[in-house]
Design a protein around this ligand. Structure first.
Ligand SMILES: Nc1nc2c(ncn2[C@@H]2O[C@H](COP(=O)(O)OP(=O)(O)OP(=O)(O)O)[C@@H](O)[C@H]2O)c(=O)[nH]1
Length: 266
């Protein structure tokens, strides 16, 4: 992978930023990659945060989506504040087979609600619904918790390609769009792109492999358009880079000043 400090062409449309958070091993990376590529990446290990960028189509409008997938390994202690503050929307993931991951998600959800303005689009996703025989969290518990927190909820199986996971992401993106006003900075059209000083990637395999998938120019066919509830779809030309918390903070600050956009090419 090559990490450049050269700015790519500025994106044409608005941008939505989503933080995918959860305890270790709940399927955050698998979920993110599934949404962006329609593929299931079963076995890889990454102990670094990854930032994905992809153009999606929601309600016939192209929209740039940035997703930060925060590695659970370093985050077991609590909500990753940088990602929570950076995001326009948040997906909290737990595994139905792991009660501790549910409890973590509830604490993080409560913290996120206190930290961010009321109405910030949020979803609680219960993953690994295919592992019914290992279930440790009842669906009703998740639903009830989400109801109390006033956020969306669904059980999904990333492995089995649940349609609900696309619908959940697309609903969040749509919510961000409807909440956007001309003064909402992160959804404003990008006037300029600016590079961020990203550290060179050490984990060649993960970023390169996923980059090939979402970039649409590598092995395999380009990702197919989604047939989700909101008529959403995913285009090619995506990027993925290792992401450090300072980058998220810096991107928020710079974005306010100059419609900042962090990226790197693969
Ligand atoms: N059975 C089943 N396994 C899943 C599902 N989603 C993810 N997995 C598996 O769960 C494991 C963890 O998935 P990851 O996507 O790496 O989880 P993560 O939350 O990103 O993990 P960290 O980055 O370490 O925090 C992998 O072995 C996946 O194949 C699912 O829906 N069903």
């Amino acid at each position: 992978m090559k990490t450049e400090e050269k700015a790519p062409p500025p994106p044409a449309g608005p941008r939505v930023r989503i933080a995918v958070l959860g305890k270790v091993n709940v399927g955050k990376s698998a979920l993110t990659v599934r949404f962006l590529t329609r593929r299931f990446i079963g076995e890889y290990r990454s102990n670094t945060d990854l930032l994905y960028r992809q153009t999606v189509t929601v309600n016939s409008c192209p929209l740039e989506v940035e997703i930060v997938d925060v590695s659970g390994e370093s985050r077991d202690r609590g909500l990753p504040l940088e990602a929570a503050q950076w995001a326009d929307a948040c997906v909290l993931v737990y595994s139905i087979t792991d009660r501790a991951s549910f409890e973590w998600a509830l604490l993080a959800l409560a913290h996120f609600r206190r930290l961010r303005p009321a109405g910030t689009p949020t979803a609680l996703l219960a993953n690994k619904a295919d592992l019914e025989h290992l279930r440790a969290v009842a669906e009703a518990e998740g639903r009830q918790a989400a109801l109390q927190a006033g956020c969306a909820f669904c059980e999904v199986s990333v492995a089995e390609n649940s349609a609900a996971l696309y619908a959940a992401f697309e609903a969040l993106v749509s919510e961000c769009c409807s909440a956007a006003s001309p003064s909402a900075p992160s959804l404003a059209p990008h006037a300029h792109s600016h590079p961020v000083a990203l550290k060179p990637a050490r984990k060649f395999s993960v970023t390169k492999m996923i980059g090939t998938l979402i970039g649409g120019g590598g092995a395999g066919s380009p990702p197919k358009a989604a047939a989700g509830a909101g008529g959403g779809g995913v285009g090619g030309g995506g990027t993925v880079v290792e992401c450090h918390k300072a980058d998220l903070h810096r991107s928020r600050v710079l974005q306010r000043r100059q419609n900042f956009s962090a990226t790197a090419s693969l």
